[in-house]
Design a protein around this ligand. Structure first.
Ligand SMILES: *[C@@H]1O[C@H](CO)[C@@H](O)[C@H](O)[C@H]1NC(C)=O
Ligand SMILES: *[C@@H]1O[C@H](CO)[C@@H](O)[C@H](O)[C@H]1NC(C)=O
Ligand SMILES: *[C@@H]1O[C@H](CO)[C@@H](O)[C@H](O)[C@H]1NC(C)=O
Length: 221
């Protein structure tokens, strides 16, 4: 029995790596159901306004889970998927407090896509920008408050068999409204809840951290 447990622990430690570091110039590369969990400076209060930005690159045709913020009561407190629709366009799905809204992004090209979302409880207005283009805004869950103490994961939808194939980088989250049309270099990174420049993360399974080799146009770094 004891030997069996040692085996399990050894296996777990081989497939998981926890680090705290500045990932500037690096990308997380996901395959075969690998995912990343983040250690977040948990807010003490309910969140009224949030902003999240991230860059992703995928050539998979299936539904891709980018960012998951799951609380004890709600797996989809915040969840961002992307998928290629039957129309050939990329569609982003954003859940706030378990309710989904959909955004079709303008071009279906194969490249990095930098998206930012911002949501305000007071009005329920959910905005999504891709490469600094604002798409048609939606209203979702006005008056709702995002709960603190979440499990935050990249590349995996909590409690679902939906993962991510490809690369993700420049992930940031703020507990307030940030102008999502700013250039990446103008964003207030120092005051973010999740900062790519100071990531406290654990990789699970097939995930690697590597230099960004391409010269992405839409995700300058
Ligand atoms: C955002 O989080 C920081 C750090 O926890 C906190 O000091 C600040 O008051 C929060 N701001 C809002 C608007 O919740
Ligand atoms: C959230 O944003 C609204 C404006 O949209 C503002 O009135 C409110 O004070 C903000 N809440 C917090 C906690 O900062
Ligand atoms: C990073 O995560 C580890 C493990 O949970 C924790 O012990 C450490 O305090 C965290 N560091 C920061 C700066 O949050």
């Amino acid at each position: 029995m004891a030997a069996w447990w040692i085996c399990v622990l050894l296996f777990a430690s081989l497939s998981e790596t926890s680090l705290q570091e500045n990932l500037r110039g690096y990308s997380l590369i996901f395959s075969r159901k690998g995912y990343v969990s983040l250690e977040v400076d948990q807010p003490r209060e309910l969140l009224q306004n949030i902003t999240i930005c991230l860059c992703s690159f995928s050539d998979s045709q299936s539904k891709q889970a980018l960012f998951s913020y799951a609380t004890k009561d709600q797996d989809k407190e915040i969840l961002i998927y992307k998928a290629r629709g039957v129309d050939g366009f990329w569609w982003y799905t954003v859940y706030i407090g378990g309710t989904a809204e959909y955004f079709r992004v303008p071009d279906s090209y194969l490249d990095w896509q930098r998206i930012c979302i911002t949501w305000a409880s007071e009005t329920g207005v959910l905005s999504l920008s891709m490469d600094r283009n604002l798409l048609a805004r939606k209203v979702v869950q006005p008056g709702y408050f995002i709960k603190p103490h979440a499990l935050v994961q990249l590349g995996r939808a909590h409690h679902e068999d939906i993962f991510f194939h490809g690369e993700i980088h420049q992930v940031h989250m703020w507990n307030y409204t940030v102008n999502i049309l700013l250039y990446p270099s103008e964003m207030p990174y120092l005051s973010s809840m999740i900062s790519w420049n100071n990531m406290n993360y654990t990789t699970h399974g097939n995930v690697a951290v590597d230099y960004i080799l391409s010269s992405p146009q839409s995700c300058p770094f």
